[in-house]
Design a protein around this ligand. Structure first.
Ligand code: SF4
Ligand code: SF4
Ligand code: FES
Length: 237
């Protein structure tokens, strides 16, 4: 175990933890967008800034990818931190001015105007969708492409991603909710990636409950019998 302080409060953490997860567990309020405990931290949104003092030296850093260390002092809301965090928030909002979530977060931080040139994007390029697709789902269906202003997360060759199983995990984790999923009749579409797959119908209740391709992948992976997914989760239990 590692002992350190957050805003003067002594805390203990496991050696492989990062400062953000410990702070959140302990009830400290640090705004964050691209952190998800199920995937490796990436430090993309830059919002989770804190001030860390170590061996007499102090620096502002993102907390989601800062490992806990014995004796460090973490400060979540010094003047320096609040000023830097506000600027990051302004930059994010300038990139995606239409985002309701970002607008609300900015308002809570007391941001009334944006000093930066506004763009008309909707994605904050946090990469969480691609990381979840890679590290949790294992589908590797989407990725970062292009550089600079044109950088975006998209399927390879901008085509319907053939490896996407339409599981919806990316839809759930997107912090600004811009991926989208719809189900119509026997089809599910992940709208941002334009991926449409047929759904499987339950042999008992007749409901369409999951994409065929997703169930086939799960079945293969777990070496389940061919008829395992003939019945939906509800009717099975
Ligand atoms: S819906 Fe497709 S792109 Fe999204 S996580 Fe699942 S497999 Fe990956
Ligand atoms: S689509 Fe959403 S999750 Fe994916 S990079 Fe953009 S903001 Fe992040
Ligand atoms: S949550 Fe730490 S950089 Fe995004």
């Amino acid at each position: 175990m590692v002992s350190f302080t957050i805003d003067g409060q002594p805390v203990e953490a496991k050696e492989d933890q990062n400062v953000l997860e410990v702070a959140l567990d302990e009830g400290f309020d640090i705004p964050h967008l691209c952190y998800n405990e199920n995937v490796k931290p990436y430090g993309a949104c830059r919002l989770c800034l804190v001030e860390v003092s170590r061996k007499g030296r102090s620096r502002i850093t993102t907390s989601c990818n800062y490992p806990v260390m014995e004796g460090i002092e973490v400060f979540t809301s010094t003047e320096k931190v609040l000023r830097a965090r506000k600027m990051v928030m302004e930059l994010l909002l300038a990139m995606c001015p239409g985002s309701k979530l970002l607008q609300e977060m900015a308002k809570e931080m007391g941001i009334n105007e944006i000093r930066f040139k506004k763009e008309d994007k909707d994605c904050i390029l946090c990469g969480l969708c691609a990381r979840v697709c890679d590290e949790v789902v294992g589908a590797h269906a989407i990725q970062f492409a292009f550089r600079g202003d044109r950088r975006e997360v998209c399927p390879p060759f901008m085509e319907q991603p053939k490896d996407c199983i339409a599981c919806g995990a990316c839809v759930v984790v997107c912090p600004v909710n811009v991926i989208g999923m719809k189900e119509e009749g026997d089809e599910r579409t992940i709208t941002r990636w334009k991926r449409t797959l047929k759904m499987k119908q339950c042999k008992i209740c007749g409901n369409y409950f999951a994409p065929w391709y997703q169930l086939e992948k799960f079945r293969e992976k777990a070496n389940l019998p061919k008829d395992f997914f003939d019945v939906c989760y509800t009717c099975r239990s």
